[in-house]
Design a protein. Structure first.
Lengths: 313, 311
């Protein structure tokens, strides 16, 4: 598609007497393909990754828009039922109710919102800290690098899950704190990856050129280093999101995540596990949603890695 | 090399100190205390209780005291389990957790490495795709889903058959009681180890020295076992370091689901009950374990890869 001539609206060139002028003319008109366009094309060719991306978009959309269309809200108790009832279209419980008579569909959608929000926000926290620390350490080198990377080493040796649990207990399972706490745990690997990339970049000529033309350290990091490590970062972000979602579900499963009546997929799984011998549906449905999401993010991440890192092609 | 590892051991001490300090003060920031009940205790009794546990002292003094006792190997008394010291509780719980963890890790290596190697040797075949799909499934279905499902199948649906397995309790470590928790704990490891083994073996098989070995006429079997395998194991060994952390958190879930008296469950219960000393004790134990195992992994690394030199 890209080799279609793009010269509409341009005056026709004078017919030169060079034999292959036509061919030359065409070659000049071939639009250059950037690294990103190339990567996107490779990604499009990867069917599993594309399907995963579409499934994820649909799921996120349904989770955030769906509750408007469901007749029940996630915290409303249907006083006529008060037990785990099977799906019933007359009462508007399309997937039935949980053991307290709350609409299961509404709760799954609300749980999905929490999972997606945690995934994106906590990963953003990790992204900002990780990229800043990694790029600074790699670019500045010397003592700054030493101090930052020793700190990362020390943090690696700390069983951080234990600290998240302590934090959640201390601050009363605050919703926003959970994003922060998870983000603070996940930035370590990100910073190491970015540092490694920065180290290879910083001796390249274009950085030297930027420095020679008077760019300050901060502007070189922001304008030249960060855009160039973006590919690797995007891949890692896509693979971090499912880890974060899993972490949140894990906390909620232990009763340390979001607080009732709010819910998340992990909390729903914990509730469902209590009554699975009577209504396996309450365990299986949220579990399927969670696993599908994790599956898709992992496939998308693998696909992006193949697309952005053409080494193995 | 020994100088390097000695230095690593010395770095471990400040790391542990940071862990202890942060955990100590975080716990004390928490609203509520270990003696809160629904019906509040009379103030005199509360004061006596606090005095008995040293909680009436200024915080910095409690901290100094705690560190002092810790140096003598004393983790202090548990606040919730009366008449038990934290050392005793950990002494009871740790063997349970470590046995499960070791068994799970062993199972994961035993299944994961052959699975990954098989996939690598038949790259892009049906068997490869099947193995990797199974591995991905093991990663995306968390063990807090697998646990209840296994309990449902083996505890309820199959309860009348010969396949019935106990789904809760430790029963002094009877073998049937261990089967489901260990499988459940091992599944994600099997998946990760299989994926890592596959990727690394594929890469190793493309290296020049493997090509040389084949060119001089060695049978393929020998090439894989003698030449490729050892260096292909490096990423797997590296993964075992983070895996221990994973194992610790995994045991929190598994022990909660299957009602096992291990340290993971003690930690979750302790955090919910504000049992300061118990939470501290388990955290310190976990941190020491992680530091120690990372060190072991680095040593294994030096042995597997002659290019690695520590100064």
């Amino acid at each position: 598609m890209s080799d279609a001539p793009m010269n509409e609206g341009r005056p026709p060139r004078a017919n030169l007497s060079v034999p292959h002028a036509d061919a030359l003319d065409k070659a000049a008109d071939v639009e250059g393909r950037s690294l990103w366009q190339d990567a996107f094309r490779r990604l499009q060719a990867n069917r599993a990754a594309m399907i995963s991306a579409i499934v994820l978009i649909v799921m996120a959309f349904v989770c955030f828009v769906g509750p408007v269309l469901v007749p029940w809200s996630y915290e409303e108790i249907d006083w006529d039922i008060l037990e785990a009832a099977p799906p019933n279209f007359d009462t508007g419980h399309y997937l039935g109710t949980d053991s307290l008579g709350r609409d299961l569909l509404a709760r799954i959608l609300q749980g999905g919102q929490v999972s997606f929000l945690v995934g994106i926000l906590a990963t953003s926290v990790a992204l900002v800290i990780g990229v800043t620390v990694g790029a600074t350490a790699g670019f500045m080198g010397g003592r700054v690098d030493q101090v930052l990377m020793r700190f990362v080493d020390v943090m690696y040796a700390v069983p951080l899950m234990f600290f998240i649990i302590i934090l959640m207990v201390v601050f009363g399972r605050n919703f926003y704190l959970m994003f922060l706490a998870i983000g603070f745990v996940e930035w370590l690997t990100m910073s190491r990856i970015v540092r490694g990339q920065t180290l290879t970049l910083k001796n390249k000529e274009f950085i030297e050129a930027a420095r020679a033309s008077g760019g300050s350290t901060i502007s070189i990091i922001a304008r030249h280093i960060i855009p160039n490590v973006l590919g690797v970062v995007i891949v890692y972000v896509t693979l971090t999101i499912p880890q974060v979602i899993l972490l949140e579900s894990f906390l909620s499963f232990l009763g340390l995540g979001v607080q009732p009546p709010m819910t998340s997929w992990g909390a729903l799984i914990a509730e469902g596990a209590q009554e699975m011998e009577i209504t396996p549906r309450t365990l299986v449905l949220p579990a399927v949603c969670l696993s599908t999401t994790l599956f898709c993010f992992n496939f998308l991440g693998d696909g992006l890695r193949d697309a952005l890192d053409p080494k193995d092609r | 090399m020994w100088a390097y590892f000695t230095r690593r051991l010395f770095i471990a001490i400040p790391t542990l100190w940071v862990v202890i300090t942060v955990a100590f003060f975080l716990m004390r920031l928490a609203p509520g205390g270990p003696f809160d009940q629904e019906a509040p205790l009379p103030p005199e009794i509360m004061a006596n209780l606090k005095a008995a546990y040293g909680l009436d002292q200024p915080l910095w003094w409690q901290y100094v005291n705690y560190l002092g006792n810790l140096l003598q190997g004393d983790f202090g008394p548990s606040f919730k389990y009366k008449d038990f010291s934290v050392t005793e509780l950990i002494g009871q719980g740790f063997p349970v957790s470590i046995q499960n963890g070791a068994a799970a890790l062993f199972l994961a290596v035993l299944v994961g490495i052959p699975l990954g190697a098989m996939a690598a040797l038949r790259q892009n075949s049906g068997a490869d795709h099947a193995a990797m799909t199974v591995a991905m499934t093991g990663i995306v279905i968390p063990n807090f889903v697998v646990g209840p499902l296994l309990a449902l199948v083996f505890g309820i649906w199959l309860r009348e058959t010969m396949f019935a397995l106990p789904v809760a309790g430790w029963n002094n470590g009877a073998l049937p009681n261990r089967i489901l928790p260990v499988i459940c704990l091992a599944l994600p490891f099997i998946a990760y180890i299989a994926r890592i083994t596959r990727a690394s073996l594929i890469e190793t098989l493309r290296t020049n020295y493997v090509r040389t070995a084949r060119a001089k006429g060695l049978p393929f079997r020998m090439v894989v076992l003698r030449h490729a395998f050892k260096s292909a194991m490096i990423p797997v060994v590296t993964y075992l370091g983070p895996a221990t952390v994973f194992l610790l958190t995994g045991s929190m879930v598994i022990e909660t689901i299957f009602g096992l008296p291990g340290i993971g469950r003690y930690f979750v219960q302790g955090a919910l009950n504000r049992d300061y000393t118990l939470v501290m004790g388990v955290t310190i134990l976990a941190a020491s374990l992680v530091i120690f195992l990372n060190l072991l992994v680095d040593m294994a690394y030096a042995w597997l890869d002659p290019k690695v030199r520590y100064e």
